[in-house]
Design a binder for this molecule. Structure first.
Ligand SMILES: *Cc1c(COP(=O)(O)O)cnc(C)c1O
Length: 377
């Protein structure tokens, strides 16, 4: 089977209960280094939600990474893993006053906002902190867009930043997210055009921003091929230098989640039942992991994982791949997948690049199917 040798060796030496994730921590080093290799001053804030396992966070602390946390619990996980609170960004634009205050008490001094109400909350509960404003940008080209729920327009951002003059916070910079699994580097160029407009507008009002946060979105290799990550980074730096005249003085942050952990983790699952439903003449393959136990991102074919089995040399035909629960929405892929016709109960079904947005993206045991086991090597 074409998967990471270390992970396959671990799996082969002793059969583990399925479903489970086996994760190669050395891939975190490789992925982190690919992002910073050409740009050592680029500050990598790992988006904790992609995989918050303590082993992953500790490995990133040892690499000198920074962290993007979305909740007070994620802030605490980073601190517990050894992160300096000064290196944590509270990067959710929707935070309770209490969580802001608790993060501030722990030593966090960097907060995001995208509304005047949130900005005022931060000034009140985390006085003296640095703040950055999130723009709502065009997510075209992304397989998991993040438009509309977050971010504001350039005009709003300008007004909010001017408002900071009356508040006890320092306006540091601007952020955006071009959508997760963004395969088109031009998405960053479009966003940076908005950023440049905001910078120009604020400079005319004597507010000089110092930071640009490039957000997440760097893609991982699933069924669709992607360019190597260093080529995305070099494209983005090219756009930065073209759009922003002061670019060399700016602090540049990036918040990868998926690109750090996706190809480091392999999910092993097993077939529970394979049968043909006569009424629709469709073959259904039911496995022991589904939308409620880790594969939510497969919904509507948003993320199309590679799938491997030990029968891949046998003839294939279309199959609906479904999870094990009694919910009819618990379907992984209705279309686009051909699977070996010989699959039967007990056969292994492997998702080789599934280290991101799986382990914690699961219910607390809907229908008694618990989140997967996790092994970090
Ligand atoms: C989820 C998230 C990220 C990470 O996105 P990826 O597409 O996994 O790189 C980064 N920043 C913010 C604010 C996020 O919500």
């Amino acid at each position: 089977m074409q998967i990471n040798e270390k992970i396959w060796a671990f799996w082969s030496q002793e059969k583990r209960p399925t479903p489970c994730l086996v994760f190669d921590l050395d891939k975190v080093n490789k992925n982190y280094n690919e992002i910073v290799s050409e740009h050592p001053h680029l500050k990598v804030y790992y988006a904790v939600k992609a995989n918050p396992a303590p082993q992953v966070l500790k490995r990133l602390v040892s690499l000198g990474a920074f962290f993007d946390a979305a909740s007070i619990e994620e802030v605490r996980m980073c601190v517990d893993a050894g992160a300096d609170p000064q290196n944590i960004s509270f990067g959710n634009t929707v935070k309770s006053s209490e969580s802001i205050r608790l993060a501030y008490e722990l030593g966090v001094r960097l907060f995001v906002f995208d509304s005047e109400e949130e900005l005022i909350k931060i000034a009140k509960n985390a006085p003296g902190s640095n703040v950055f404003c999130r723009l709502d940008v065009d997510c075209t080209g992304s397989d998991w867009p993040l438009q509309e729920k977050f971010g504001c327009s350039v005009e709003e951002a300008s007004a909010f930043m001017q408002k900071t003059v009356d508040l006890d916070v320092t306006p540091l910079g601007v952020s955006f997210h071009v959508g997760s699994q963004q395969r088109d580097p031009r998405a960053w160029d479009r966003a940076l055009t908005d950023v440049a407009e905001l910078f120009g507008d604020l400079e005319s009002k004597d507010i000089v921003l110092k930071m640009i946060n490039l957000g997440g979105g760097l893609p991982a290799a699933y069924r669709k091929e992607i360019d190597p990550i260093p080529s995305y980074i070099s494209d983005i730096y090219h756009f930065l230098s073209e759009r922003l005249s002061r670019f060399s003085e700016l602090e540049i942050m990036i918040e990868p989640g998926r690109a750090i952990v996706a190809d480091a983790g392999v999910i092993f699952s097993q077939v529970v039942l394979a049968c043909v439903r006569q009424k629709t003449n469709k073959r259904w393959v039911y496995i022991d992991i589904g939308r409620y136990s880790g594969l939510i991102e497969a919904c509507g074919n948003a993320i199309e994982y590679n799938i491997l089995t030990e029968k891949d040399a046998d003839p294939h035909s279309h199959a609906v791949l479904a999870g094990p629960t009694c919910d009819s929405e618990d379907v992984i892929y209705r279309m686009n997948y051909e699977l070996p016709v010989t699959l039967e109960e007990g056969d292994l079904v492997v998702f080789p690049n599934a280290g991101a947005y799986t382990t914690t993206y699961a219910t607390k045991g809907f229908n008694g199917f618990m989140p997967m086991h996790e092994y970090y090597l």
